[in-house]
Design a protein around this ligand. Sequence first.
Ligand code: TEU
Ligand code: CA
Length: 554
Amino acid sequence: KEWWHGKVAYQIYPKSFCDSNGDGIGDLEGIRSKLDVLKSLGVDIIWLSPMFKSPFADEGYDISDNYSVDPHFGTLEDMDALIADAKARDMSIILDLVVNHCSDEHEWFKKACEDPEGPYGKFFYIFPHKRGTPMPTNWRSFFGGSVWDELPGRDDYVYLHVFHKKQPDLNWENPQLRLEIYKMINWWLDRGIAGFRLDAIINIKKAIPFESYPADREDGTCSVSTMLSHANGVLQLLGEMKQTAFAPHKAFTIAELVGNREEDLPLFIGDDGCFSTIFDFAPSNVNRTREGWYNQKNVTLDQYKEACFASQCKAESVGFMANIIENHDQPRGVTHYLPEGEHSPAAKKMLGGLSFMLRGLPFLYQGQELGMENTVFPSLDVINDCGAQAQYDAAIAAGLTPDEALAAISPMCRDNARTPYQWNSQTNAGFTTGKPWLPVNPNYTEINYAAEIEDPNSVWYFYQRLASLRHSEEWGDTVVYGKTEPWLEDEHGIMAYFRRGSRTLLVLANLEKTSRDLILPSVPCSVLMCNDTPIELSGQNIHLFGYQFIVLVM
Ligand code: TEU
Ligand code: CA
């Protein structure tokens, strides 16, 4: 048992949470002013997406100085104050560790450009190259285009970037680089943070020597993820990182692993695994295609159920995964998983309840507790997500008209989750007194914190009850450690599972809008939670309204 197992975690996207000084950008003081709100929701662990110095080509995931806070967000003193204030409320702060790459404005990269053959050149993957000749490989970056670009200001070298061209990849084969990273991790841990969320961490290991792979698009390129899937030896690097940096501080680590091999799970999150936990992206990955966002099919709640159960089964004897319905890279969960037109508070609570009651660490993303939804994009120009243009181009290349292409990529666009937090129904949803850096979702007049805090039946209070169940003396142990056992697994339109611990709970949901009658496996003792419509128990029979969610004590 670990200190964090029974906790509730919450992701903050600093740019969009709360703006304290009217410049339209959320900041650390804004976050600090809302700690009591988060505490009252039941949050224990807060993950801050990057707040380090950055040119914001990829919204802070391009760090130009890991030892400082970006002036848009505040100062190191503000960070210290935030850490202290969180601690005083018995909350922990974890930061984003972005070490697969840095910004092209980081001093290491600037020095590498001046002297590609020098010590800092070896911090990156830099190769001599003659302009006009083919690039070293045919890999396509995650944000579109080649992973290779000329070193800024030169025509005789190219460098590798698996993400944006302003995010040069760091060379983890170089021990000097690794020492610099460990030093930085220790520096932050010494400042009092509880740990890190590890960004794109599996990408730090490349398949060496570099070679081209068979094209997966007509333009002759191949997704760089193919190269990453051929890499071996990431565990050695991660083991070293754990021993040198995390273990001595007993730091909590949660990894973003994309494309890991299933058989490696024990090595990642087993008893001696390299991380405390990893996100379960199985539900998020349903129906994802190599062609891109435009080709993404709707995800049904039956598919959601199937993905959750598969992960529960995998993790059960190995460790703890972290469950999410969304994050800053994903569409809003309620829009993504609930059928179109079915976004009632009751249905949103159902989805939240199903995810929250699974075995694992629940990670909320800011606004999820309000039931925030995807936004609308009137045109491509208003989209800020640096990956969107390439997705749009792929849609056009596949023959869609501009209007069709915009409509097709909109549901997956990362800006959906990045619109400002909806605090109230006043101008700019109360997020800022200035001009918000990203437009507010027009539905803020309906969906906002101020309205929900006045309404005991709101989505917000439902999440608060879920959190308190996890913290409760009576139920906590079962909710946290109970075994997950699917019930009626093959039944279309029903998601149900037992949590068997010192008590037995049955989590039960009707995934459709028409009501359902079921016969329970035994007579339940009582209803522990319910979304809205009160439920009458009558022996083993149960009548579920559309999108009803209940937790029964068996
Ligand atoms: O994302 C890593 C990642 O694997 C991405 O390919 C992710 O699947 C994609 O962004 C979804 O469109 C992390 C961060 O979460 C993301 O915000 C960053 O852009 C990325 O790393 C680069 O740092
Ligand atoms: Ca601000």
